[in-house]
Design a binder for this molecule. Structure first.
Ligand code: PLP
Length: 492
């Protein structure tokens, strides 16, 4: 039962009436967190109630993270708390209880059997950085709203760009996801090449390039036919001879090319296009090369694995998604350019309501987004937590698990493995028609889920496959052996 008596704020503000946001539920004696919380942190003194609230929220989160293996990777439908605000605000206890209900129905990336998607468990330092990011509530739109964080973003983008092989002076901007990074790259390429007015301009990419390219064309006002799909070879890589032919034909027809997009890590099998050779063709024709490295670019951070994405540094623009394998909490994506000034040339509006930049330009002038959180903070802190050795170990582990699963599955007769050179492995029984493949994928996914193993079911080259993404550092040989056992039994 709620009463209408106003709550009492803590500390110095005790005499002030609380805003209607604060709880007016009478505190049960001895119940932690039943006292109302000030809606905004007290700027005059350390607020112990706020600290306890954040502490309790952290412990609730740590209990959830710490019981990941005991829950299913994919929980069943759960009860959701009410969505609408009540007449008066809730106490910290009730807020946390409501949060708990949502948490119980959440996808559980920390389960060792969670190997369906490119969504690993969260890296510890990036969770803390996300909390601090929320507390600072800075805005990466403009430097006066994020003085230290804007500089951190520019510096880290510059460092990462050079670390991935782009030339000195390279840099970029963080974006909310790889789809947005790809879109900004294509918009910048079109602008830079003076093709904004050309309705016949095209983007050239492999037939297995990411769906975000098609979305980009929608935003750019181009027809779906403006995405020219180059066939792939048996390994899922862009066929370089076919690309050469396509580019020659476009040139003959006088049709302008916004960009050639090479994929470093395709979404179904982790295939890496021949970046070096694509770059040579782009230079010869004077085309912009965008590399969609949302999955694969981070492999260049581990010296032993960098050859898997050889040629990354030849890109004019490069999408990197540290949220995918490194476990930086969502979202974490960067768009990096060999010549980052092109971003400012493309997106600058003058920001008439802001002080001029005193550094290398406002973040809000270097991309499509206006107000942005300091997503860079969790990437920076996460990389600092891992260190070079930790980054290499994550990548080593992912490749080793893919190899292990491959060793377990390859002896199975009548199973076709589909892979590239990264940490993804897809497969399906040979000799089934499309409908039979779909039924097999549904039934086998269900059988796997009943053993707490979650794989995904992509449609690839006309057939449903099962796909494992081996980026989860908690996945042990036991889970992979169980996958092989269930898959073995699923075969005719
Ligand atoms: C995931 C992915 C993207 C899109 O990234 P989002 O962060 O999901 O928007 C782009 N390209 C490739 C190859 C991807 O795998």
């Amino acid at each position: 039962m709620q009463t209408s008596s106003p709550g009492v704020a803590c500390g110095q503000n005790a005499a002030m009436p609380l805003s209607p946001l604060a709880s007016s539920i009478p505190a049960a004696p001895g119940l932690r967190g039943a006292e109302p919380l000030a809606p905004f942190p007290d700027p005059h003194r350390h607020d112990p109630l706020l600290e306890r609230f954040l502490h309790d929220a952290s412990s609730q989160l740590c209990r959830w993270l710490g019981s990941a293996a005991a829950m299913s990777p994919l929980p069943g439908l759960s009860v959701l708390p009410p969505v609408e605000p009540e007449a008066t605000g809730l106490s910290p206890d009730r807020l946390l209880a409501d949060l708990q209900l949502v948490m119980e129905g959440a996808y559980n990336p920390g389960h060792p059997g969670a190997i369906a998607h490119l969504d690993p468990p969260p890296l510890a330092a990036s969770v803390a950085a996300d909390l601090i990011c929320a507390g600072l509530n800075n805005n990466l739109l403009a430097e006066e709203l994020s003085p230290s964080l804007s500089r951190l973003e520019r510096s880290l983008c510059g460092w990462l760009a050079e670390r991935l092989g782009l030339p000195a002076g390279a840099g970029g901007v963080a974006a909310s996801g790889g789809s947005l990074s790809n879109l900004m790259a294509l918009v910048a390429a079109r602008q830079h090449r003076g093709l904004v007015e050309r309705r016949d301009a095209v983007v050239v990419a492999s037939a297995e390039a990411h769906v975000s390219l098609a979305k980009s064309l929608v935003v750019m006002g181009l027809p779906a036919s403006a995405l020219v799909a180059v066939p792939t070879d048996a390994g899922g890589r862009l066929d370089i001879d076919a690309l050469e032919q396509v580019l020659a034909e476009l040139e003959r027809a006088g049709q302008p090319v916004i960009a050639v997009v090479a994929t470093a890590g395709t979404t179904v099998r982790g295939a890496v296009d021949p970046l070096d050779r694509i770059a040579v063709l782009c230079r010869r024709h004077g085309h912009w090369l965008h590399v969609d490295g949302a999955i694969g670019a981070v492999f260049a951070l581990a010296p032993d694995h960098a050859p898997r994405v050889e040629g990354l540094g030849l890109a004019d623009s490069l999408t990197v998604n540290p949220q995918k394998l490194l476990g930086i909490t969502k979202t974490s994506s960067l768009l990096l350019l060999a010549r980052p000034a092109v971003l400012l040339e493309t997106f600058r509006t003058g920001l008439p309501y802001m002080e001029a930049s005193w550094g290398g330009g406002h973040g809000g002038e270097a991309g499509l987004q206006g107000t942005r959180p300091a997503e860079i903070l969790k990437l920076w802190l996460g990389l600092r937590q891992l260190g070079e050795a930790g980054i290499a170990a994550l990548i080593d582990g992912a490749i080793e698990r893919r190899r292990h699963l491959e060793r377990l599955l390859s002896p199975l007769a009548d199973l076709e493995l589909v892979k590239g050179s990264l940490h993804l492995l897809a497969f399906r029984p040979t000799g089934l028609c499309a409908e039979a493949s779909e039924r097999w994928s549904q039934d086998t996914r269900q059988a796997l889920l009943s053993r707490q193993l979650m794989l995904s079911r992509p449609l690839y080259r006309g057939h449903h496959h099962l796909k494992a993404v081996l980026g989860n550092p908690h996945t042990r040989p036991a889970e992979l052996e169980a996958v092989a056992e269930v898959v073995g039994r699923s075969l005719p």
